[in-house]
Design a protein around this ligand. Structure first.
Ligand code: SF4
Length: 380
């Protein structure tokens, strides 16, 4: 399909460069498949610099697949707090339980076995099998497709499945015998450090001499990539509910349902509103009235006091616009809530609520946006 010489140069020059220039990353110090697996999951959508401290903490807290499988989910989420895309953490734990049950706690190396684990797609499977087990397997993500598109001048949309398949086939023809582990890492390294999305550093690139895009002056216009749909906006009114009586000095938090977005994490009570009630433009009075009514329907009786801040957060497919309101708890003749007053926690059957002090925050896993709101609130 591609010139054999072009491929040979690519693999050799890339590996020679990697030998000298590879970064000293914590998961590269061992070939432990568990470490490779954890690092690959953390690195999805996340920069290396961000991942390193999380990786150290995670491995210290869950040093083996068995220890991860045995841990309470709340501990895993807490350890992941701030990294985002929390389904990654839940899937990682679910897969650790699969490995424990099916393979005695030892990570398998077979394609079907690895791909059958929760949260492991073709890229992660290829990365684990090649890096940890030195098996020729393609780990093709956006970085790799960018490098290959440029070097081999592949002018096809990398968002299309057939382009990815073609790249996977190409990678398998590039892996030198016995060098699968280094080759996969070298390719990733080139995409991360040299052949970057904007302003690729062609002048210091180890494969520049034979790079077709550079030769034709097309390095900036490749890869071809159709734009993903922008995240859908959602509007939410959020309550910082201050406790009264025995809960004076505390605020109310609730646990999200065990499935769906941010499953199992803790948050401030909030309600969704239509776009016409965008918190950024909705006057304070109607917003507070809406918040009060909607929370009461959930069994949370509050008296909104006023707007304290706006916040926003972008998930892969949704963008939250949030108006945050300070509220006080109102005693209500609802038995479950009266129970909460004495027990400091209660279950509605769907959600779990807690009254917490600022110093209790460390015990609960919150999504980033709520951490930002809570820090801002407690420090003001
Ligand atoms: S020469 Fe430039 S475009 Fe080609 S692989 Fe290297 S950095 Fe990328």
């Amino acid at each position: 399909m591609y010139n054999t010489e072009l491929k040979r140069y690519f693999s050799q020059e890339l590996l020679d460069w990697y030998e000298v220039n590879k970064r000293d990353l914590p998961w590269r110090r061992h070939r432990d498949p568990y470490y490779i697996w954890v690092s690959e999951i953390m690195l999805q959508q996340t920069r290396v610099d961000t991942v390193i401290p999380y990786f150290h903490r995670f491995i210290e807290r869950f040093p083996t697949i068995q220890s991860l499988a045995d841990a309470p989910e709340d501990d895993v989420l807490k350890c992941w707090e701030g990294l985002g895309y929390y389904s990654r953490a839940r899937n990682l734990q679910a897969a650790a339980r699969q490995v424990t049950e099916l393979y005695g706690g030892v990570m398998p190396s077979g394609k079907d076995e690895v791909s059958g684990l929760k949260g492991i797609g073709p890229y992660t499977s290829g990365a684990i099998r090649s890096i940890a087990f030195n098996i020729p397997a393609a780990a093709v993500d956006g970085n790799v497709m960018r490098v290959l598109s440029r070097y081999f001048l592949i002018e096809e949309d990398i968002m299309k499945v057939k382009t990815r398949t073609k790249m996977e086939e190409l990678v398998l023809t590039l892996v030198p015998e016995g060098r699968a582990s280094d080759f996969t890492q070298a390719l990733m390294e080139l995409g991360a450090l040299i052949c970057t999305p904007k302003s690729p550093k062609c002048l210091v690139c180890p494969v520049m001499e034979h790079c077709t895009a550079r030769y034709e002056g097309k390095e900036e216009s490749l890869p071809i990539k159709t734009k993903a749909k922008p995240p859908r906006p959602e509007y939410r009114l959020t309550a910082i509910v201050e406790g009264t009586g025995v809960h004076e000095g505390k605020i109310l938090i609730r646990k999200r349902p065990s499935t769906g977005l941010l499953a199992g994490m803790w948050e401030l009570p909030h309600v969704i509103v239509p776009a016409s009630a965008n918190p950024a433009v909705m006057p304070e009075e109607p917003a507070m009235s809406h918040l009060q009514g909607a929370l009461l329907e959930e069994g949370i009786p509050v008296l909104p006091i006023g707007h304290v801040m706006d916040a926003e957060h972008t998930f892969s497919h949704i963008h939250w616009n949030m108006g945050v309101y300070r509220c006080t708890w109102q005693d209500a003749p609802i038995s479950s809530l009266q129970a909460a007053e004495s027990a400091a926690a209660y279950e509605t059957g769907i959600e779990q609520f807690r009254w917490i002090h600022v110093h209790d925050m460390e015990r609960y896993a919150f999504p980033n946006v709520f951490i930002r709101i809570l820090h801002s609130y407690f420090s003001s």
